[in-house]
Design a protein around this ligand. Sequence first.
Ligand code: HSE
Length: 433
Amino acid sequence: MGGRSQIGITLLGLGVVGGGVARALLEKAESYSRRVGVPLVLRRILVRDPSRERSVQVDRSLITTDAEEALDADADIVVEVIGGEHPAREYIERALKQGRYVVTANKEVMAKHGPELLAEAGRAGVDILYEASVGGGIPIISPLKRDLSANEITSLRAIINGTTNYILTRMSAEEISFNVALRQAQDLGYAEPHPANDVEGHDAAYKLAILASLAFHTRVRPEDIYREGITRLEPRDFRYAAELGYAIKLLAIARRDPPPADAIQVRVHPALIAADELLAKVDGVLNAVQVEGDLIGRVLFQGAGAGPLPTTSAIMADVLDAARSIAQGSRPSPWRYTAAVAVKPMAELVSRYYLRVEVTDRPGVLAGIARCFGDNQVSIASVIQKETDEAAQTAEIVIMTHAAREAAVQAGIQQIESLEEVRHVGNVLRVED
Ligand code: HSE
C-alpha cells in the first residue's frame, strides 16, 4: 500500500461540476475508501467568490481564494474543474511539477496543451487523467487509451456537443428557426448567454482534437480541424433532408485514409446523415461517439455529454484510478504520441453534397447550374424543385451531387453564385455516408 494512510485531494473550482465532485467525495467517502483501500480526504478547495451560495455543504476552513495556498496544500491529487485555458493550464502544470496527479475536465487545455502536460506528468512520475473532458459521463478516453488500443482506428464520428444537438433536434422536430431554438436552449440552461463556443463548433473541435489524437496516436491541434457551426441552418433544410431520408447533425469526424495516402481528415460541421444510422437518432442533449477499428469493427458510446452528475462520474473514476495507483505505489505510464500523421487539406475531401439555391424561375436556369457543376467535374445525382413562388417568379432548387472533391464543389458553387438567375445559395451541406 506504499505506506499511505490517506489520499489528499485539492479541488480547484466549486461551481456546478466542482460541487458534484465535492458532494461525491463527502457522501460516498466510505465506499470510495473501501475501493481504494485508504480514505480520500479533501484538503483544500479553491474558489473565486467564497460568499457564493453552494449546492454542497463543505467545511468552510477548506475553502480558499488563494491559488498558491490551494496548490501547495498537502495533496496527492489535484482536480481541476475551473474550465477555460487560463489560469487552469498554469495550475495544472504547477501541480504536475510538484509531483501530484491531476484530474481535469478541461477540454480546451487538453486540446491545446495535452502533449506538453502529459510529458510533464511523465517527467514527474505521475499522470494527468481527463475522461471528463469529452462526452461528460460517457467513457471514451479510457476505451481509446486502453480497450481499443490493439486496433488501427479507421474512423471516429461523433456528436459531442449537447447544446447544438439540442438546438438541431428542436429545429427538426418543431420547424423553428435557429434563433428560437437557441433561446429555448438558453431558457433551459443548456446554452450559455454567449453561445458562440458551442454553436460555432469550437467546443466540438476541442473535443475532436483530443479524441483524434488518441485514436491516431498523433498530435491533432484544434487549428488543424476544419470547423463550421450551425447558425446558417434553416428549418427547411431539415424538411428537405427528411424528404431525402436524412437527419442533420453537427458531426465531429476523424478518419484515416489508408496508405499510400496515410493522412487524416479532421472536421466539425453540420452534415446530412442517413436517418436509419444510429447517430442520426441521438437526440436532445445526448452525445455519442462511434469508433471503427480494424479488429473491433464499429462500436458506439452514447450517453449524457454534460451535467454535474455525469461529469462527476467521469472525474471520480479518474480520481479513484489515480488514488489506487498512489495507494499501491505503482508508477503510471502517461499516454504517449507515437506518430506524426499528416492532416489532409479540406479541399481534397471527397463527399456528396446537398445544395439549396434560390433562383428566378425561368427556362434554362437548371441547365446553367448543371453547367457550372459540369465544368468542374461535379456530377449531379438529383434535383428537386421546391417552394415555387409564382408571384415573385422564384423557385428553390435542392440539388444532391454524387461524390466529388470539395475544391471542385466550391469552385462550382462560386460559378453558380455568379449566374444572373441565382438569387442566393441558401446552404451547402456535406453528406456523411
Ligand atoms: N457545452 C458543452 C455541450 C458541455 O454543450 O456539450 C461541456 O462540454
